[in-house]
Ligand binder design. Structure first.
Ligand SMILES: NC(=O)c1ccc[n+]([C@@H]2O[C@H](COP(=O)([O-])OP(=O)(O)OC[C@H]3O[C@@H](n4cnc5c(N)ncnc54)[C@H](O)[C@@H]3O)[C@@H](O)[C@H]2O)c1
Length: 399
């Protein structure tokens, strides 16, 4: 990733009841706003949250969205019986940050539904209240977001499937640019929650064969293609697949074996730093589409690029979800599934194409090209709108 500067704010919180930690980082502000999700993961660190907050700044820049990046993290396993109460205390403690301009949403280990409940408990409004309050008509924007969050697409909330839809569109744009046929391309997906599950659904709809998926409990493979919809229907709210739903020819393996499955496309959609210098040479795919945030270390990136593997960077490939939130609250799109899919498809395909063209033109990696484009956009937005809140209402920014 491009040159680092210090984040604007790092917060370390210690839970008075359990002594566990929670973190929040505001990487930068644009127009007095910063956006980024809140995750729960046992072992999450301040450094991880800081890298993720930086990624959110790039994500907003990549799609020309008028805000900086932020992130929250709570150090607990989401299955822990104390997890909900801890998240609630964390949210209460972070209230000054939400009021100061941080808008948040679901992330690893946290569903949007749970976050909505916890925000409501503390009278904080919606999780993106900071943006709504600046929208000029908070009531109308809030009603639009609430309607959008209530939309279900074949059993899955629109907010939970729009990101994975964008991942599939990013893969399609890359394949088209490279002259590859996505139809029949074999894909392996690590993670089967909001991002992984919906990436699987929409890649399958585009004709890819999903030959392997992994959740926290292990890997499931089938060289003839898994029945994605059946696995989706069996999922728990934590994105875990009920093994009773497996087909007769599906096979189970250990969690780490996802990298050994023969495939053309790899979609990391779970935790960070899963592709490293130590395992990058095991990647057999020609395309890595980063649905998770920060799944590939810098060393692994270099190794993959050297070997000609195309890596679509996280903040581009998974940026559809974040962009959808902004477009909905700004009124660029209505609370409408068809319009949401259409907008994500169009902007994702243009963004991926522009990034790959720039990379080829300059002889640099797609990530370097995306970093340049994204920071350029964000710096322009910050110069035009200022870093601090101006008091003016948000205006839709042309994408
Ligand atoms: N939800 C969003 O809107 C969104 C948007 C952009 C990026 N992301 C990123 O996508 C990633 C996944 O987020 P999510 O919201 O889908 O999470 P989630 O909690 O809905 O699902 C996580 C999935 O990963 C699996 N998993 C966890 N640890 C694993 C491991 N070590 N090996 C294999 N599988 C494992 C879980 O079993 C589950 O299937 C995160 O990196 C997150 O930051 C999420």
């Amino acid at each position: 990733m491009a040159t680092r500067s210090e984040p604007r704010l790092r917060v370390i919180w210690t839970d008075p009841v359990t002594g566990r930690r929670g973190y929040a980082v505001i990487d930068r502000m644009v127009n007095g706003l910063a956006g980024g999700g809140t995750r729960m993961r046992s072992g999450v660190t301040l450094d991880e949250v800081e890298r993720l907050a930086r990624t959110m700044s790039y994500k907003n820049g990549a799609f020309n969205l008028p805000g900086g990046g932020a992130k929250g993290g709570v150090d607990i396993d989401p299955h822990d019986p104390e997890a909900r109460a801890l998240l609630s205390r964390y949210v209460r403690a972070m209230t000054p940050l939400y009021r100061a301009g941080w808008g948040t949403a679901e992330d690893l280990g946290v569903t949007q539904e749970l976050l909505n409940e916890v925000f409501a408990e503390h009278g904080l409004g919606l999780t993106v209240q900071a943006m709504l309050d600046r929208s000029g008509d908070a009531a109308a924007a809030g009603a639009r977001v609430t309607r959008a969050l209530a939309i279900k697409v074949e059993g899955i909330g629109l907010a939970d499937c729009i990101g994975g839809y964008g991942v599939a569109e990013a893969a399609a744009a890359c394949a088209q640019y490279k002259g590859w046929d996505l139809n029949g391309m074999r894909a392996v997906i690590q993670g089967f929650g909001s991002m992984g599950g919906s990436s699987a659904r929409y890649l399958a709809r585009l004709g890819s064969k999903i030959v392997g998926v992994a959740d926290v409990n292990g890997t499931i493979t089938n060289p003839d293609g898994l029945d994605v919809e059946r696995l989706l229907a069996s999922r728990s709210s934590f994105g875990e697949i009920d093994r009773a739903a497996l087909g007769p020819n599906d096979r189970q393996g250990p969690r780490e074996s996802w990298l050994d499955i023969d495939a053309d496309m790899l979609v990391p959609a779970a935790v960070g730093d899963v592709l490293t210098g130590a395992n990058a040479d095991r990647v057999r795919a020609r395309m890595v589409v980063e649905a998770a945030n920060i799944p590939t270390t810098d060393e692994a990136q270099e190794r993959l690029v050297e070997r000609g593997v195309v890596v679509i960077p996280d903040y581009v490939a998974n940026g559809g979800a974040n962009a959808w939130w902004w477009w909905t609250l700004l009124g660029v799109i209505e609370a409408d599934a068809a319009q949401s899919f259409q907008m994500v498809s169009q902007v994702m395909r243009d963004t991926v194409k522009g990034m790959l063209e720039r990379a080829d033109r300059q002889g640099i990696s797609p990530r370097q090209a995306a970093d340049e484009l994204s920071m350029h956009n964000l710096d322009e937005l910050a110069a035009r709108l200022g870093e601090e809140a101006s008091g003016a209402s948000l205006e839709p920014v042309t994408t």
